[in-house]
Design a protein around this ligand. Structure first.
Ligand SMILES: [Zn+2]
Length: 84
């Protein structure tokens, strides 16, 4: 079974349609920016539980978080776009 559920919307489309997203508790924009700047690490975050994930493509969208089981893991760059 495919564990990935690709988000059909791009980050820009999502922001236009539903507005800027709210970061989950404990996650700050500064942390996202730090993650974007650490190119080698490929860091993403779960937008549901805030868990940090490694080896996430910068434009990764809707990947499954093994912590909370939600398809809410996004690459740091995507999240920056989404929070507007
Ligand atoms: Zn999660």
């Amino acid at each position: 079974m495919d564990a990935q559920y690709p988000d059909p919307l791009t980050a820009e489309e999502r922001r236009e349609m539903i507005g800027p997203v709210t970061l989950p508790g404990g996650l700050t924009v500064d942390e996202i920016i730090e993650a974007v700047e650490s190119y080698d690490e490929s860091i993403g975050f779960c937008m549901k539980c805030g868990q940090e994930h490694y080896c996430v493509e910068p434009d990764g969208r809707g990947l499954v978080c093994e912590v909370c089981g939600s398809a809410s893991v996004y690459g740091a760059e995507e999240i920056l776009i989404m929070v507007g």
